[in-house]
Design a protein around this ligand. Structure first.
Ligand SMILES: [Ca+2]
Length: 348
């Protein structure tokens, strides 16, 4: 390893200027990139010399080959456990960040300006991320293993306004449209069922009992409600933001069940907060409100270590809280653009 670095540094003295220019150009292009961005263009931001990580792109003979092999063995898959996947509504791009929020690559880029990327969820059986594209009304899947993408549900069987998708424990896919929830099989074929009256759902997530939870703007109030797998309410719901002021903007934007059975929910409108609700949704057990850090809360995620992530679409950053909703850090603010939903990549 030492030997390699010495030879790299020798070469880099000659090519330093060229590489530095390349770095400046590449780093500046990250936000607008429409294609997968080479690892070298962002890893060199963290390199002490600014040169070592770029060796592979220069071409210096034997070292290039062995370093490429090392990189390949470190990142054999398109995504890595602990990476963060974020849907940017503002730029219509799904990005992959490392666990500290540094940009790694583009997961999916929606090129049509009239379409918006809205929702994300993890499909465990195929190790894919599911993405809802509003405007085309499609559900796309991107493989965490090789980065390949496919259309799971075509726009012809969904209305154009789609907001989130989740795979339920019975293998069916639940999609939130503007005013209804629809069910599909794995081939994208609509299934007949009685959708609960749940207008303007922002997020749908699976629950450990086989059902699902929906957070929405129900009658202009933020609401989170739990359902059985057949679409009937199990009676548990919570109005999380019912103030009459700004009623049109009162919405519950993020909701997921935690590993301990409780729920995390975020809301925005007349007030902005993230809270942990009891298992039956009746009680707000913990609430975090800090408008200087969290002004437009959006999607939420529980990390494997139990910490909670919440996106903020006003400040374009990620807020990490511990399981007691104490602030841990704010990060990821370099490439996010009105982020809407977030997933931590599990074990692949
Ligand atoms: Ca989601």
């Amino acid at each position: 390893m030492k030997k390699k670095i010495i030879s790299i540094q020798t070469v880099s003295m000659i090519l330093g200027f060229v590489l530095l220019s390349t770095c400046l150009m590449a780093c500046g292009a990250v936000k607008d990139a429409s294609e997968k961005i080479p690892e070298s263009s962002q890893t060199n931001k963290d390199s002490s010399s600014g040169l070592v990580d770029d060796e592979s792109s220069v071409g210096t003979g034997n070292s290039e080959e062995s370093l490429d092999d090392e990189l390949d063995s470190l990142e054999a898959n398109f995504m890595t456990k602990g990476d963060l996947i974020v849907a940017n509504e503002g730029s219509d791009v799904v990005v992959l960040l490392d666990s500290d929020g540094n940009f790694k690559k583009i997961v999916y880029n929606e090129s049509n300006f009239s379409h918006t990327i809205t929702g994300l969820s993890w499909k465990e059986d195929t190790k894919e991320v599911l993405i809802t594209v509003s405007g085309s009304g499609e559900v796309i899947a991107v493989s965490a293993i090789d980065g390949s993408s496919r259309t799971v549900i075509s726009g012809s069987v969904l209305s154009s306004g789609v907001y989130d998708v989740v795979e339920l424990s019975n293998g069916l896919l639940l999609v939130a449209e503007y005013s209804t929830l629809k069910l599909f099989n794995q081939s994208g074929i609509p299934q007949s069922w009685n959708s609960p009256a749940q207008p303007r759902a922002e997020e749908v997530a699976a629950t450990s009992d086989g059902g699902f939870v929906v957070c929405s703007s129900h009658n202009n109030t933020g609401r989170v409600e739990k359902y059985h797998v057949n679409g009937t309410s199990d009676g548990a719901f919570k109005v999380v933001n019912a103030s009459a002021a700004y009623s049109n903007a009162n919405r519950a934007y993020g909701c997921k069940q935690l590993s301990n059975g409780k729920f995390v929910v975020s809301w925005d409108g007349s007030e902005e907060a993230i809270a942990i609700l009891s298992e039956d949704l009746s009680a707000e057990e913990l609430v975090y409100q800090e408008p200087s850090i969290l002004r437009s809360p959006r999607g939420v995620e529980e990390k494997e270590n139990g910490n909670i992530l919440v996106l903020d679409s006003y400040f374009h950053h990620i807020v990490e809280l511990d399981s007691d909703l104490e602030l841990v850090r704010v990060f990821g603010d370099t490439v996010l653009n009105s982020p809407a939903q977030i997933i931590e990549v599990p074990t692949l």
